[in-house]
Design a protein around this ligand. Structure first.
Ligand code: TYD
Length: 204
């Protein structure tokens, strides 16, 4: 029997540098001989990608948004994440439930207590083995998004105080889960962060 794989999630504001570090991390783990499944939320399955299109572009009630995020997640767990982990692969996922606490909780104002009910329903038995939280002040994240010059989705278009609340909620989750969530200062150079990631990954 294969040993169960590890589940690693990456979190942070849009513009915090998550995608750059995700690509490097996946390569790094593959070079170390791990089988790696790369995933993202919302999305990762046909149903999840359809929900992603709706979530990123259609205005809706905040609770509908939270429920659809967790619906996409339920599908992703059943079809991709859990089978991969059981087969011994490592799963590296761009966002997971901490993003729902940050965006729907902090950003939209849904009480954490309600989100905890959905979390317990959808994955009571599973938490990531490690979560990397790339933290940057919301002003830095906004500036980076603007210099990228691409079309912004519904979340990215939100005002700066939305992103400030998202950041604060992420930091609160990190305080509540100090063993699992590792906070990285996203203002450092890419090379500095990679050095820290190597050390962190060796201890998973
Ligand atoms: P992401 O894939 O990081 O965006 P991009 O493709 O632009 O890099 O995430 C898409 C958006 O979804 C992001 O702005 C945050 C939002 N989101 C939530 O609001 N709640 C969630 O639970 C998740 C997973 C994402």
């Amino acid at each position: 029997m294969n040993q169960r794989g590890k589940f690693i999630t990456l979190e942070g504001l849009d513009g915090a540098g998550k995608s750059t570090h995700l690509r490097w991390l996946v390569d790094f783990l593959r070079r170390r001989g791990h089988e790696v499944v790369e995933a993202r939320e919302p999305g990762g399955t046909p149903v999840g990608e359809a929900l992603r299109q709706i979530l990123l572009h259609q205005p809706m009630h905040a609770e509908t948004e939270a429920l659809l995020m967790f619906a996409a997640r339920r599908e992703h767990l059943a079809r991709v994440i859990l089978p991969a982990l059981e087969q011994g692969a490592w799963v590296v996922c761009d966002r997971f439930t901490d993003a729902s606490f940050a965006y729907q909780g902090g950003g939209r104002g849904i009480p954490f207590a309600k989100l905890r009910i959905l979390e317990a329903w959808v994955h009571a038995e599973l938490q990531p083995d490690l979560t990397l939280l790339f933290d940057v002040p919301e002003s830095v994240a906004q500036e980076r998004l603007q210099t990228e010059g691409r079309m912004l989705d519904r979340f990215e278009q939100e005002r700066i105080d939305f992103h400030r609340r998202v950041r604060q909620a992420y930091l609160e989750r990190a305080r509540e889960n100090p063993q699992r969530i590792r906070l990285l200062d996203g203002r450092q150079t890419v090379a500095e962060i990679q050095k820290q990631l190597e050390v962190i990954i060796s201890s998973v």
